[in-house]
Design a protein around this ligand. Structure first.
Ligand code: AMP
Length: 171
């Protein structure tokens, strides 16, 4: 597990002063490590009933799509406002300064479909909470929120109280 953690690069003061950005591109660029990370996630879900894997733009698409392929599940894209071509539903979420909007196609999740949400990283939990909101608006049945890594000190899990949360690597 240390090798996977060591593959994630710290970028100081990105995107702004005081933030240490966990750059997962260095892990993704190593084929064996990328495969190992996706395989480890897939072992957790292989025997669970899941219909759709929801990936969050943009790094969540990489992990989510690889996991969906491995588990032979459909993949659903949650994108920033204005990117999806068909009719969408929206939710707004708070950023450090101001708000942003995430969207999903209105027919991407059918009522009672079992949904796994995937992103690269859990920080404060605001982003994933907005995606949980979208899944619930479409009456999806949320199985778990799954992350490649989690920044424990930001306590994102507390925002997801009552939901299942899993992260492969913790910092
Ligand atoms: P949050 O809503 O605070 O949980 O932030 C999660 C989203 O922002 C994820 O999609 C991450 O890709 C990104 N993110 C937030 N903080 C960091 C960080 N320190 N390093 C890398 N990505 C981050």
């Amino acid at each position: 597990m240390e090798t996977l953690k060591d593959k994630i690069r710290n970028i100081e003061n990105f995107p702004k002063q005081g933030i240490v950005f966990k750059d997962i591109t260095t892990l993704l660029e190593d084929g064996e490590c990328f495969q190992k990370a996706v395989d480890m996630l897939s072992y957790r879900y292989i025997n669970q009933k899941i219909d759709k894997i929801v990936g969050i733009e943009a790094r969540g698409f990489v992990i989510g799509a690889a996991l969906a392929y491995k588990l032979c599940k459909g993949v659903v894209l949650v994108r920033k406002k204005g990117k999806l071509p068909h009719k969408t539903i929206q939710t707004s979420y708070e950023l450090e300064y101001g708000n942003d909007i995430l969207e999903v196609h209105i027919d991407a999740i059918k009522p009672n479909e079992r949904v796994l949400i995937v992103d690269d990283l859990l920080a404060t939990g605001g982003t994933v909470k907005a995606v949980v909101n979208l899944v619930e608006k479409l009456n999806g049945d949320l199985v778990e929120c799954c992350f490649l890594c989690e920044l424990n000190f930001l306590k994102g899990r507390e925002k997801l109280d009552g939901y299942n949360v899993f992260s492969l690597l913790k910092f």
